[in-house]
Design a protein around this ligand. Structure first.
Ligand code: MYA
Ligand code: UBL
Length: 286
């Protein structure tokens, strides 16, 4: 009797899971079709469809990688799975990536990569260019409030920052800095600390630079080209377009201490601003 009940329960669970998967599949197909069709209709519809498609794909990737991640446990190698699966989403939403100096990402050994942050699309850029043993920094809310994505981000060894508690954030940074060299990590961080849609850079937070100095690893500055001409959350546009990541030569931190962090951050911000300015001048000429 009990065995029959258990078998029935399993059968129901499987049926539910299959129904869920089919529903998701149908949802993805519908969103992709709408995103493609909306090319000829209002920009806002296209924006919403593509964003929904992007978020659903990332959620789905997170969901699908969970069994493998749970078996391996918390490990930065799990992020490779997200990168290999997640990067194909670019085709569905019409984004092409190119890079200049991309070989510097993995070639520099353990390092802190700092890049500008224009929108949530940058997560896709990170998946595209993720170096070997890459690991990300994220606000704590991502782990707490994004379901399977949050759990996957935890299992990928992400460094979570509690922005409402800077002392705790600094402690987490100092602890992580000690593992950069021993674990051969390339930590990718947004020194602006939040999204910035403009064609400039916000003042830099200091965490990334303390991390590099404490861990005695170089800083690798990387600049996503400004894509506000084809993607804008405010203007509700999301047309096809190309994003270029320019990776600059590593800036060493060997021998630097806490008092050097300010000038180091200013220097890195300056070289990144130069890239954005040069790109803006070039697109004016074209
Ligand atoms: C498919 C699914 C898979 C899942 C994959 C993974 C998903 C991941 C998602 C990825 C997408 C993610 C998307 C996202 O989530 S984007 C948001 C990500 N957040 C960040 O990247 C955080 C950036 N913020 C910082 O780095 C801040 O500096 C922190 C938070 C650390 C401190 O905040 P605070 O407000 O305090 O910062 P301040 O910089 O104004 O500095 C103030 C003073 O403190 C000094 N100070 C600073 N730091 C340190 C330190 N460490 N040791 C000693 N001192 C330190 C500093 O020198 C200054 O002093 P002085 O110099 O003026 O005397
Ligand atoms: C079974 C699957 C069901 C699907 C459900 C979908 C759930 C997926 C949830 C989340 C996917 C999000 C993917 C994009 C991640 C990008 C993160 C990001 O860019 O966060 C913003 C942060 O930088 C700065 O935030 P603030 O502007 O400072 O505040």
């Amino acid at each position: 009797m009990w065995q029959l009940l258990r078998a029935q329960l399993w059968a129901q669970l499987w049926a539910l899971l299959w129904a869920l998967l089919w529903a998701l599949w149908a949802l993805l197909g519908a969103l992709a079709a709408l995103a493609a069709a909306s090319r000829w209709s209002s920009g806002a519809l296209q924006h919403h469809c593509k964003m929904a498609l992007y978020t659903t794909c990332m959620g789905l990737v997170a969901f699908c990688m969970l069994p493998a991640c749970l078996c391996r446990g918390k490990n930065v190698l799990n992020l490779r799975i997200a990168s290999r699966l997640g990067r194909h989403t670019k085709r569905l939403i019409g984004i092409t990536y190119t890079s200049l100096g991309g070989e510097r990402m993995s070639g520099s050994g353990p390092c802190v990569i700092v890049s500008n942050h224009q929108s949530s699309l940058d997560f896709l850029g990170m998946m595209e260019f993720l170096p070997e043993r890459g690991v990300l920094v994220a606000k704590r809310e991502i782990m707490l409030y994004t379901g399977p994505f949050g759990l996957a981000s935890y299992l990928c060894g992400t460094l979570f920052i509690d922005r409402r508690n800077p002392d705790r954030a600094k402690e987490a940074v100092a602890k992580f800095a000690r593992s950069l060299r021993p674990q051969d990590l390339r930590l990718w961080m947004f020194p602006e600390g939040t999204r910035n849609h403009g064609n400039d850079l916000l003042p830099f937070k200091r965490g990334a630079f303390h991390l590099a100095v404490q861990g005695q690893v170089p800083i690798v500055p990387a600049v996503f080209s400004n894509y506000s001409s084809f993607y804008s959350k405010e203007k509700k546009i999301f047309k096809p377009g190309t994003i270029t990541l320019t990776v600059l030569p590593p800036i060493p931190t060997a021998g630097l201490g806490a008092s050097d962090v300010g000038p180091l951050a200013d220097r890195v911000r300056d070289v990144m601003m130069d890239v954005l300015r040069a790109e803006a001048d070039k697109s004016k000429e074209d």
